[in-house]
Design a protein around this ligand. Structure first.
Ligand SMILES: C[S@@+](CC[C@H](N)C(=O)[O-])C[C@H]1O[C@@H](n2cnc3c(N)ncnc32)[C@H](O)[C@@H]1O
Length: 270
């Protein structure tokens, strides 16, 4: 799903793969990767400022025109299973929501501040490694409020993020061993996923917390518990990989297990 800028640990997503949809053909890489167009722009603005802006433009082109059609599509929906920020992990039988038209995405929507589903129409939400991409103050509370609204009573949300608490514990230990349990590194401290070679532990922490411009906040359990409680959720709890209050929600990626924090919560009333 992703290629990396090996020097910076910056993740660059590959072009969309839905065919026959002209909007999907707008190549993200033309906007964000090095090419004549972006090189001209980078003469005037630094990459780390411009790339997030171009990413926003790309998301807007993908989602804006489709948003009313998508809201109409789910007008009378009920009992849905929804994967928010599904990436290419979308499963049949689910509403796989993403702002980028990855293969398997069947609902192209910017879900930071609103969801295109009626109130009480969703029985389960999975959100794996997406929540850390949205803004802590400007978006996260709205996102959770929307999850609460669309869930039916007794509906469950399963939220999975990189566990910043775990990373900081690893950071504070002598040597690299504990960090290696969380993130696969080769013998030269090269990130097996991103290729970045870390010279200090703080370089790794920064890649995890920022992932270029993609990650905007780092979470631990108390912070997620606070946000869930503020959004009205009950039965807020940590979970293990592969364990859930709702078995259907256990489709998380095994590769993310060592670094992830699994939290679930329930909507107990309307
Ligand atoms: C790190 S990927 C996680 C994908 C998948 N859930 C997984 O665990 O492999 C984050 C996903 O969030 C999507 N995304 C980013 N911003 C979004 C937005 N505003 N609305 C919906 N999806 C978004 C990205 O396109 C990407 O597929």
């Amino acid at each position: 799903m992703q290629t990396e800028d090996k020097k910076l640990g910056r993740v660059v997503q590959q072009p969309p793969i839905i065919e026959g949809d002209w909007l999907s053909q707008i190549p993200y890489t033309v906007l964000v990767e090095d090419n004549w167009f972006t090189k001209q722009l980078y003469k005037f603005l630094p990459h780390h400022r411009l790339a997030p802006l171009l990413y926003e433009v790309y998301i807007a082109t993908q989602t804006f025109i489709r948003s009313s059609e998508i809201s109409r599509r789910y007008k009378d929906a009920k009992d849905l299973l929804v994967n928010l920020g599904s990436g290419p992990q979308g499963q049949p039988g689910w509403v796989n929501v993403d702002a980028v038209p990855w293969k398997g995405v069947n609902c192209i929507y910017d879900c930071r501040k609103s969801l295109p589903f009626p109130s009480n129409s969703v029985r389960g939400i999975l959100c794996e490694h997406f929540f850390e991409h949205i803004d802590y103050t400007e978006e996260a509370p709205y996102f959770l409020a929307e999850c609460y609204r669309v869930l039916q009573p007794e509906g469950v949300i399963r939220l999975i993020v990189p566990d910043a608490g775990k990373y900081l514990q690893g950071y504070s230990q002598e040597g690299w061993e504990e960090l290696r349990q969380i993130r696969p590194l080769d013998s030269e401290n090269r990130d097996v996923h991103f290729g970045t070679q870390y010279q200090t532990k703080m370089e790794l922490i920064n890649v995890v917390f920022r992932q270029g411009f993609e990650h905007t906040y780092a979470y631990d359990y108390p912070t997620l518990e606070l946000l869930f409680a503020q959004a009205g959720f009950s039965a807020i709890q940590t979970q293990d990989y592969g364990k859930s209050l709702m078995d259907e929600l256990c489709i998380d990626l095994e590769a993310r297990k060592p670094e992830s924090l699994y939290v679930e919560a329930v909507k107990t009333q309307d």
